[in-house]
Design a protein around this ligand. Sequence first.
Ligand SMILES: [Zn+2]
Ligand SMILES: [Zn+2]
Length: 602
Amino acid sequence: MSANGKYEDSHLYRIRHSAAHIMAEAVLERFPEAKIAIGPPIEDGFYYDFDLPRPPTDEDLQWIENRMKEIIRKNVDFKVREVTPEEALAQFKDQPYKQELIRDLVSGRVNENGNEIAAPAEKMTFYTQDTFTDLCRGPHVANSREINPDAISITYKKPAGAYWRGDEKREQLTRIYGTAWETPEDLHEYLNLLEEARKRDHRVVGERLGLFAFSPLVGKGLPLWKPNGAILRDTLERWLRQTQLDNGYLPVVTPHIGNLNLYRTSGHYPYYKDSQYAPIQIDEEEFLLRPMNCPHHIMIYKSDMHSYRDLPIRLAEFGTVYRYEQSGELHGLTRVRGFTVDDAHLFVTPEQLLEEFKNVVKLIQYVFNTVGFGDFRARVGIRDPQSEKYVGGDELWNKATNAILEACEELELPYNVEQGEAAFYGPKLDFIFRDVLKREWQLGTVQVDYNLPERFDLEYVAEDGSRQRPVMIHRAPFGSMERFIGILIEHFNGAFPAWLAPVQAVMIPITDRNVEYANSVANQLRAAGMRVEVDAGKARMGAKIAANRELNIPYLLIVGDRDAAAGNVSVRLRTDEDLGAIPVGDFLKRAENIIGAMSLEL
Ligand SMILES: [Zn+2]
Ligand SMILES: [Zn+2]
């Protein structure tokens, strides 16, 4: 993505969009009976959706890639022309998906790229290159010589499925992804990162380390945390809970469902109806699996009368929520149907907003740096001054926006401002983390909210005795524990910092004679709070070392006769570094220092 300006305006975007059309041309040569849907550029390449007579094989995909390069080398022009709906329908008389798009265009539902618009189109545009014509608004390169044939590639060897118009009830299509770059060097760097990302896939690593599982009988998108995963998650939660207590947050616990009227009052129902599950009937009342924790926390605030002296009130809960995701969108831990938010809601006076906001950002910075997520930036979503959709007066908005910007400046948090990205009830700050593979992930968020206090008629008694409205701050550093841990697994490739490792050390006795000594050392380390296992299996030492290294256990403690006699352990780090034989007490001191400091080193 270019540093200045929008991706959509960049040359790379045109290259990728044009490569998508060339891919469609090649696919139609390979499968003349294929039906074509849509093919836009995406963040790291492009795709095109097809209805194919059979799933494409690796051989098909290779053929398509080679053919794309041939077409590019022919230096074909991309020509645009305006057509009437009648011409468009005639051109695509054998293409039902295009026919549907054209009819929607005419009725004003979508534009040529399938994006929703309001005005009905009387004219539409075609782009033609070589033998292929597409209904398209562009933009494209002028000629395929602008595309480097050695800088393109089909990226997914096993094509992914997609639903026509993203609707599960419609036809399932084959989505073929490709990528295109300015230079072959850029392409290779990208392909290497992609390969590395495949190896680090949290679903694969999670299985290897015994962190979590899915069961069709439990349901799609509902992760089951196995003991190792639960230990990792619990370690994070206990630490964050304590950190929050130290910072004046108060714990609360609330149920996973709530009366439908609660969500009618909050506006979540029916406003976010599409992402919620159908209400559950209990006796005469209707309940919703909660999509958000805010309304429950608000009812806790409302259960007491508050004076300005009580504020700020910071209510925190690892609150589980349920949101509908299409089954095709589900992905390991990063896209699930039930997840736990490291949530908190702060009820503050307008005068306290700036200070509280800064404290929230400081806490999030501390949290990210501690877990080893040091490379992050912020995105400030502010209101679009032209739009009418926002609640709250100008003065409140300016105050809140200034609070966010001032907090970023003061805390030296790199940020960019995006107009129109605010929630309708207030501006927000999103945290974006860049992992070792340079992929960006949106994690936690902080939002200022004037709307819910209004809807729930929240009050506090001010110094002069008058009733005043508090402002709410919603914040979640990780966002979703599930998603965060999925990202954590991929970032560290399963080699977690020692304080987070589900098993921190494994004892490896060289012979059966040394098992007793191994057990006694293990007990000593456990008594000091370490998570230790003993590998007393029959395998040879070399095999045990290899197997435990696969599990990314930070410390491999090998003990033989000489270690037992001297009260030593021979320490091998998971990085393969050999610390040699050292007294048990010395090892414990080293490990305690590292774990206590939540260090990223071993
Ligand atoms: Zn197009
Ligand atoms: Zn909230």
